[in-house]
Design a protein around this ligand. Structure first.
Ligand code: B16
Ligand code: MG
Length: 219
């Protein structure tokens, strides 16, 4: 890549570790209906929308046909209320290491930024982290019809940034998110376990390794 013009960030697991609270809240909801989930299964929920996550849990526990739409919507709301309680105290110190200095580096270089999170709580979380103003755009998850791994959310981010895929990179901690980035024709940087994120163009162990130079080298 000759020049990097845009970086598109996932939120949960890339900017802050709310992924852990999603897991705890889903585990509690699953327990209510007699289903036990573990961290390995949870990898299938990362980056996946609220309702799709619930359906995956019910399918995993063999209970998909046991609830009607209204009951499923109540369950999803219950999980979301529990999740919101868990994150009430979220603050700037919960931003993952290296993210702020990386954003500074991007700003200095004139690189535009967007957030492409499946979370309907994204704006609230970014405000609580006092980091909302640092991003040029935040895609509204409520407007997205097809959940990651569908490319829709990253294509929407490109549209907002008014940039083409070849001058951007996307950052993700979830396998579904990497597939979404790649589906949009964007280069993908995985953050986390290289085995889980095997479809990424490059995988960094953690956010503290984020550097503009590393991303620009992704040719
Ligand atoms: P909400 P991301 C995703 O965020 C989470 O990884 C996923 O676990 C969650 O179910 C989804 O957001 C929806 O979140 O219930 O808050 O609308 O990783 O795309 O930033
Ligand atoms: Mg994520």
């Amino acid at each position: 890549m000759e020049k990097l013009d845009g970086v598109i960030f996932d939120l949960d697991g890339v900017i802050t570790d709310t992924a852990e609270y999603h897991y705890r809240a889903w585990k509690e909801l699953a327990k209510q209906v007699g289903i036990t989930i573990n961290r390995e299964f949870n990898e299938n929920l990362k980056g996946v929308s609220r309702m799709d996550s619930l359906e995956r849990i019910l399918a995993y526990g063999g209970r998909l046909g046991d609830f009607n739409d209204e009951e499923k919507s109540e369950m999803a709301n219950w999980k979301n209320e529990l999740y919101k309680e868990m994150i009430t105290d979220i603050k700037p110190t919960d931003i993952l290491p290296g993210v702020v200095s990386f954003l500074d580096e991007l700003k200095m270089a004139g690189v535009r930024t967007a957030v492409a999170s499946a979370s309907k709580n994204a704006e609230t979380i970014l405000e609580a982290l006092k980091i909302r103003d640092r991003f040029d755009f935040v895609v509204d998850a409520a407007e997205i019809k097809n959940s990651k791994p569908d490319p829709e959310i990253f294509l929407k981010a490109l549209e907002l940034l008014e940039l083409s895929a070849d001058v951007c990179v996307g950052l993700e901690d979830a396998a579904a998110g990497i597939d979404s980035i790649k589906g949009a024709g964007i280069r993908a940087v995985g953050i986390g376990d290289a085995k889980i994120l095997s479809h990424a163009d490059i995988v960094l162990e953690g956010t503290e390794q984020l550097r503009l130079k590393t991303l620009e080298a992704l040719a």
